[in-house]
Design a protein around this ligand. Sequence first.
Ligand SMILES: [Zn+2]
Ligand SMILES: [Zn+2]
Length: 150
Amino acid sequence: MTLSSQYNVITSPLGDDLHKDGKRLTPQRLKVLNLFENIGSGKHLSAEEVHQKLVKSSSKVSLATIYRTLRLLVQMGLLHELELSEGGHRYELLSNDTPEHHHLICIRCGRTEEFENEQVLEAGKVAAKINGFKLIESSLNVRAICPKCI
Ligand SMILES: [Zn+2]
Ligand SMILES: [Zn+2]
């Protein structure tokens, strides 16, 4: 079962956790999360794209709210945030089905390709362990220029 199909998440184990942090999956947040679940993993959307899609599906929501909601979902560990070099951010679903992966990002057009690399994961594990940190994820963003933009 997906997280957002379970509307009354407060009673789910994950919902309890989220509640403990003082953060809840409000209907607004679920709507955004749903959108990501519906488009599937491996898609990277900007806040503007999320906003456009929600407005199209007749949700009256401001871009400012979307920004806030996306930031919160990142803090909750439900979305992953990618930073493009010109300050643009993209978001993707962080789920158990998605293998930990890294991104090759075109700094001109934003084209994003995913790749997997064990050594990056290992390096993250080691660094976290040495410093006594609890590991959440290790990901590498590679900024580059795609063939079309060179
Ligand atoms: Zn990705
Ligand atoms: Zn490009």
